[in-house]
Design a protein around this ligand. Structure first.
Ligand code: CUA
Length: 123
């Protein structure tokens, strides 16, 4: 399991910079576990709100085929396995307040391009 730091780079005009940690992070708090389901062509929930500083553990599961989970503007990308093949886990610290778009990054059919959602990091 890898840790990620979610930052909003001031010089990147709203782009997201994910900083991978080279060693397992030692958390001073328990991660907030959020279960997200992917199913053609939506994520549930599609709007996620966390407080700044929260360590977020996303557990991504599919109800049908493979999907992807990409935070726009970042290099971070996960493949969500088919239904019954387990889930993908993403851990990051939400360091910067803002609105971040996430989107499906694996072609999954006609509605692939509208399969997206929002992550809001509140102050
Ligand atoms: Cu789901 Cu593409």
């Amino acid at each position: 399991m890898r840790g990620f730091t979610l930052r909003r780079g001031a010089a990147l005009a709203g782009a997201v910079v994910l900083v991978m940690l080279t060693s397992p992070p030692s958390y001073s708090q328990e991660p907030r576990v959020i279960h997200v389901t992917a199913e053609r062509f939506a994520f549930t929930p599609s709007h996620i709100t966390v407080k700044r500083g929260t360590i977020v553990e996303l557990r991504l599961r599919s109800e049908d085929t493979n999907h992807g989970f990409h935070i726009a503007g970042s290099e971070f990308n996960a493949i969500i396995p088919k239904r019954g093949r387990g889930d993908a886990t993403l851990i990051f610290r939400a360091d910067s307040a803002g609105h971040y778009t996430f989107e499906c990054s694996k072609m999954c059919g006609a509605g692939h391009t509208i399969m997206r959602g929002t992550l809001t990091v509140e102050e």
